[in-house]
Write a protein that binds this ligand. Structure first.
Ligand code: NAP
Length: 311
């Protein structure tokens, strides 16, 4: 990388309040993150595969681009927020991608949840292209993205992490540098293991409580105040009681993440027996066509396994 360009870039980045930011992928998470960056006073250009989502960003005060190349032109920071490893590869690699068109010294923050080994390989390729890569997957769900309070686990160089603080602080609240490139994705894989296991046990508890006909609102209230309390219980319990499985976080994405954590655990020689079981339940829901439901939809299968209703 050209050091002079980098130093000049760092100066500009510090002196100007407004940063030019490109956001690629404006779905459930990317759009509210981009809107928060607009509201914080940044110059935000968005690109999304289906263009109507980029129009929503334009209506909120950002700008819509009709290609990755146009979105990243002149950007100091490029954020990608697309579903899976091949999606990230398709937007960063190749003649039309981020690596070919982003300015030298630009920060590339991949907020998508992808395989740690792919994140490591792409970070290497990004550095070869003169960019400063960070893998920065997030946790906190759609509401966390809307409220700008995501937890962000960041892998990459310490100096790049520091340079990204200003932008990350707009979209997140708990922002931690966890190690070199790929580490953010490893921590995120652990996050998804914990969340899936929690949701499954919450679902089983709700099935159990309903079978006994107790007041489930009251039960979840008191459970929430004790050791069983959790953000999963707070955010997903009512959805189960209401049978409201609008996403949120789609089961199809959690299926991808359980694939990531089971494969990465096997590579490390680590067994995750409960994680493996929950991964199978998530796959079963996706296989039967429930992949677009929120991951609280694990409740449906738990209910049916006990011979209860299919709603
Ligand atoms: P999403 O709603 O499906 O959004 C993904 C967006 O990426 C869609 O708008 C999609 O466009 C766009 N996209 C896909 N491929 C693209 C490409 N090649 N070029 C440009 N745009 C492309 O997914 P999401 O829920 O925002 O999740 C995004 C990432 O965040 C995933 O890795 C997920 O695991 C992670 N995550 C999600 C949550 C959550 O609660 N939702 C929480 C934490 C982390 P189309 O409209 O054309 O499909």
């Amino acid at each position: 990388m050209n050091l002079r360009t980098l130093n000049r870039h760092r100066r500009t980045f510090k002196e100007n309040d407004m940063t030019k930011i490109a956001v690629i992928g404006l779905g459930i998470m990317g759009l509210p993150m981009a809107k928060n960056l607009v509201n914080a006073g940044h110059d935000v250009v968005g690109y999304n595969r289906s263009p109507e989502k980029a129009e929503k960003l334009a209506q909120a005060g950002g700008a819509a681009a009709d290609s990755v190349a146009k979105a990243v032109a002149g950007a100091e920071v490029v954020i990608t927020m697309v579903p899976d490893s091949p999606d990230v590869q398709s937007v960063v690699e190749g003649d039309d991608g981020v690596f070919a068109h982003a300015a030298q010294g630009a920060l590339w923050i991949d907020a998508s949840t992808i395989r740690p080994d792919v994140a490591g390989y792409l970070a290497h390729a990004a550095r070869e292209a003169g960019l400063r890569p960070l893998d920065a997957p997030v946790s906190g769900g759609e509401q966390g993205a809307v409220d700008g309070v995501l937890s962000i686990m960041v892998g990459g160089e310490e100096t790049d992490f520091e340079a990204a603080q200003e932008v990350l602080n707009v979209v997140g609240k708990t922002i931690v540098h966890v190690g070199p490139s790929g580490s953010g994705q490893t921590v995120k894989a652990a996050n998804q293991l914990i969340v899936a296991g929690n949701i499954e046990l919450l679902a089983e508890a709700v099935v159990f409580l309903e079978a006994y006909g107790v007041d489930t609102d009251a039960a979840l209230r008191v459970l929430g105040g004790g050791l069983a309390g959790s953000k999963v219980l707070d955010q997903k319990g009512q959805k189960m009681l209401d049978r409201n499985f609008d996403p949120g976080f789609r089961l199809a994405l959690h299926n991808k993440d359980m694939g990531i954590v089971t494969a990465a655990a096997r590579e490390a020689g680590v067994t995750i027996p409960l994680g493996g079981l929950v991964a199978q339940l998530v796959t079963a829901l996706v296989a039967r066509g429930d992949g677009s439901l929120d991951h609280s939809g694990l409740f449906r299968l738990a209910n049916e396994l006990s011979g209860r209703d299919k709603k």
